[in-house]
Design a protein around this ligand. Sequence first.
Ligand SMILES: NC(=O)C1=CN([C@@H]2O[C@H](COP(=O)(O)OP(=O)(O)OC[C@H]3O[C@@H](n4cnc5c(N)ncnc54)[C@H](OP(=O)(O)O)[C@@H]3O)[C@@H](O)[C@H]2O)C=CC1
Ligand SMILES: Nc1nc2c(c(=O)[nH]1)N=C([C@H](O)[C@@H](O)CO)CN2
Length: 237
Amino acid sequence: MSAAPILITGGAQRLGRHCAERLVGDGHPVIISYRRERPELEELRGRGVVTLKADFSTEAGILDFIARLKQSADSLRAIVHNASDWAPDSQGDEAGANFERLFRVHMLAPYLINLHARELLEACVEPQSDIVHITDFVAQKGSRKHAAYAATKAGLDNMTRSFAAMYAPRIQVNAIAPALIMLNAGDNEDYVAKAKSKSAMQIVPGPGVVYQTLRYVLDNRYITGATLPLDGGRHLV
Ligand SMILES: NC(=O)C1=CN([C@@H]2O[C@H](COP(=O)(O)OP(=O)(O)OC[C@H]3O[C@@H](n4cnc5c(N)ncnc54)[C@H](OP(=O)(O)O)[C@@H]3O)[C@@H](O)[C@H]2O)C=CC1
Ligand SMILES: Nc1nc2c(c(=O)[nH]1)N=C([C@H](O)[C@@H](O)CO)CN2
């Protein structure tokens, strides 16, 4: 019997893709969700990754993804809620729609997927299953320019403890709360210098530190309801 796959939402690029590739390298079957088709997906498919299209900006889109997930897998070893939209706050008429969109991708999608996929996680033949919420350091601190993003990440962080209590002892539910991990195209030298200065470690570590933290959770049978900081000591500066 083949091992149960690990689902990573938003796994077509950057941190999610890095973790998908590392999990495949460690011998895990992987399913990712993606929103936009692109050439990189063919490389992942060539490595055996199952790719499911998903747009979490509507409840119908989330439920449609869940239905196709259930057609694609009869069990899951883990779910990593990685999909995210780092949208700055909108002004005026767009403010409400922006908040609602971030609520759906950061909170409603993880909530509904966790509820509907519980049976898949419990069907895993391994003794432990995991749900991992990828949140953000700003969930605890707030953000002047990304208030809706930070608030919806805070909601995702709170759900970590609710689902951990609901799903124990069969399923562990934890969060990883990164600060700056990798830059975006267009980040200039001034931005990079300022961003580095915000943490005690003063580096841009790259996605490997996220995989190390995910590996730690997956390999440990005695962690649940926890939020693991991955922020270089942002709180110390
Ligand atoms: N990068 C960093 O330094 C930091 C990252 N984080 C968190 O880590 C995680 C990974 O970060 P990163 O790799 O930079 O993330 P990205 O900004 O690259 O987003 C990951 C994926 O989310 C998908 N996505 C966005 N909106 C939707 C939606 N409405 N429906 C479905 N999928 C959607 C995108 O899919 P597609 O591309 O196919 O449209 C994208 O590929 C995120 O949760 C992020 O908030 C936290 C702190 C720092
Ligand atoms: N979905 C995303 N969330 C976040 C991103 C990103 O690129 N995509 N980037 C950050 C920044 O690195 C921030 O941590 C810098 O202070 C935060 N979240």
